[in-house]
Design a protein around this ligand. Structure first.
Ligand code: HEC
Length: 97
């Protein structure tokens, strides 16, 4: 029974986590440039990436590193203020296939 409670608690927590990432994706403006499912190619499509890669890329942008169009992305990466915010938004983006 204890195990079941734990599983339920973890499921609830990860659902919260995902909801948080989805909210950040909208409120921090990511959706405007990458589209609601990350497939918008106007700037750069970000679908099909795994969570660890996304976290790393966001941290690279925050440190001033990136690709040819990084100037567009840098100020946006800086809108994510904590590791928890980066993790949450990366987890959400990783669901884009
Ligand atoms: C002004 C438009 C714009 C906004 C807003 C924006 N991005 Fe980006 N993003 C870009 C561009 C342009 C690139 C490619 C930059 C480069 O050349 O490295 C990029 C790249 C990325 C990449 C790396 C993709 C790859 O395959 O290398 C990730 C991940 C990403 N953005 C996530 C986000 C998140 C999360 C947010 C919201 C906090 C966000 N972006 C907001 C324009 C934007």
């Amino acid at each position: 029974m204890k195990k079941l409670t734990l599983v339920l608690a973890l499921t609830a927590a990860s659902a919260l986590f995902a909801a948080d990432g989805a909210a950040l994706y909208k409120t921090k403006g990511c959706m405007g440039c990458h589209g609601k499912d990350g497939t918008m190619k106007t700037f750069k499509a970000i679908n099909g990436l795994d969570k660890a890669t996304i976290v790393q890329k966001i941290k690279d942008y925050q440190a001033g590193k990136g690709g040819p169009k990084k100037a567009l992305m840098l100020p946006n990466a800086k809108k994510l203020k904590t590791d928890a915010e980066i993790e949450a938004v990366a987890e959400y983006i990783a669901t884009f296939k």
